[in-house]
Design a protein around this ligand. Structure first.
Ligand code: PGA
Length: 258
């Protein structure tokens, strides 16, 4: 983290877990535990049907609610899809874009790019995900792959909008596997992402964007990961489903670092 130049963000990604009723239960429990003082930005990205319950429960708090996907089109014949203005109207502040689980369902870099542009246009904060497979890491092409995903995902994002984008580095081999990247491995790629952004935009903006790590981040390893200079927060799956664990990660993000 580098609190001087950028925001620390702890974001939960619930994936396809919890019903609206369970959302309400989680939020009630979580609200009861939230510390009183100042803390980092916190986001909870939840299934679309849980957004109203989450927004209602968190209305008076500083927790921002987000969606896990969006459609890049403004409206029309896209059965089952949700447009960015619908998410805004429902009270969302964030939207996860290009998660590897969605890319595995066929989402391309061009789709990710269109969604990032649509999210920015609507005033949402896109959390754009990137990450390599184990095979790519082992064949030594992680840097090239990540640079390609970042460049493709950010095409057409203007200099004045780039600060609104949050990037999440999620090595696919670390997601849901309990196999976290080491702090050094995670830092190496997050630093590389910032370098890629610096080549595309001003160094001032590259310094200002928040880059999150995701992939089996939990209450035990969060502090060490967040202590890295280019890791500005976390995108947390499994551990964001349990209020106590999610809170411990937030607490880790609020500890003073050396
Ligand atoms: P995990 O998921 O924390 O359960 O590994 C992270 C993610 O996929 O965003």
């Amino acid at each position: 983290m580098n609190r001087k130049y950028r925001k620390t963000i702890i974001a939960g990604n619930w994936k396809m877990n919890k019903t609206p009723s369970e959302t309400k239960e989680f939020m009630t429990a979580f609200k009861g535990m939230m510390p009183k003082g100042r803390w980092c930005d916190v986001a909870l990205c939840v299934p679309a049907v849980c957004i109203p319950a989450a927004v209602r429960a968190m209305r008076e708090t500083r927790v921002g609610i987000g969606a896990e996907n969006c459609n890049a089109n403004a409206s029309g014949a896209y059965t089952g899809e949700i447009a960015t203005n619908m998410l805004v109207d429902a009270g969302c502040k964030y939207v996860i874009i290009g998660h590897s689980e969605r890319r595995a369902m066929g989402e391309t870099d061009a789709d990710v790019n269109a969604k990032v542009l649509a999210a920015l246009e609507a005033g949402l904060i896109p959390i754009m995900c990137c990450g390599e497979t184990l095979e790519q890491r082992e064949s030594g092409i992680t840097s090239e792959w990540i640079a390609m995903q970042i460049k493709a995902g950010l095409q057409g994002v203007s200099e004045d909008k780039i600060r609104k984008v949050v990037i999440a580095y999620e090595p696919i081999w670390a997601i849901g596997t309990g196999k976290t990247a080491t702090p050094d491995q995670a830092e190496e790629v997050c630093e590389h992402i910032r370098t890629v952004v610096r080549k595309l935009y001003s160094s001032k903006n590259a310094r200002a964007i928040s880059i999150l790590y995701g992939g089996s981040m939990n209450e035990k390893n969060a502090f060490e990961l967040l202590a890295q200079p280019d890791i500005d927060g976390g995108l947390i799956g499994g551990a964001s489903l349990v209020p106590e664990k999610f809170l411990q990660i937030i607490n880790a993000a609020n500890q003073p670092t050396a």
